[in-house]
Design a protein around this ligand. Structure first.
Ligand SMILES: [Zn+2]
Length: 127
């Protein structure tokens, strides 16, 4: 189960990032998944729902965005979005496009509740 280990990793990384930013709570996370990864969004969401239990992300909804596969043709240099898994250039028909995007998984957005830093020192801060 690829999705399960990915969900655990996602929760770990999002939590670490939230802690770096002094967040006390995470409301939502958005992850971008390249089509070439073969990740099934429904399975990832289900795994995430289990993985987030007892973490800062417990109440954080997961939003999954699918990133299209973009490739560049070695023959004509044209960049194009690729449908399906045939890496063929729509311009000249050459095979074996170089994949530019669509094969990675990125944490793209987080909604955090950040703890106010305690105010120290004298002097007023006018609000
Ligand atoms: Zn081409």
């Amino acid at each position: 189960m690829h999705e399960w280990s990915l969900a655990c990793q996602l929760v770990r990384e999002a939590e670490a990032e939230a802690e770096r930013r002094n967040a006390v709570k995470v409301f939502g996370v958005t992850v971008s998944i390249g089509q070439l990864t073969g990740i099934v969004p429904e399975l990832l969401t289900r795994a995430y729902d289990m993985a987030r239990m007892g973490t800062l992300l417990e109440d954080a909804a997961l939003e999954v965005e699918i990133e299209s596969v973009k490739g560049r043709c070695a023959e004509c240099g044209r960049e194009s979005f690729i449908q399906g898994f045939g890496l063929m250039c729509p311009e000249c028909g050459a095979l074996g496009l170089e994949v530019l995007s669509g094969d990675d998984i990125l944490l793209t957005k987080m909604d955090l509740e950040v703890r106010e830093k305690p105010f120290r020192g004298r002097g007023g801060v006018h609000v």
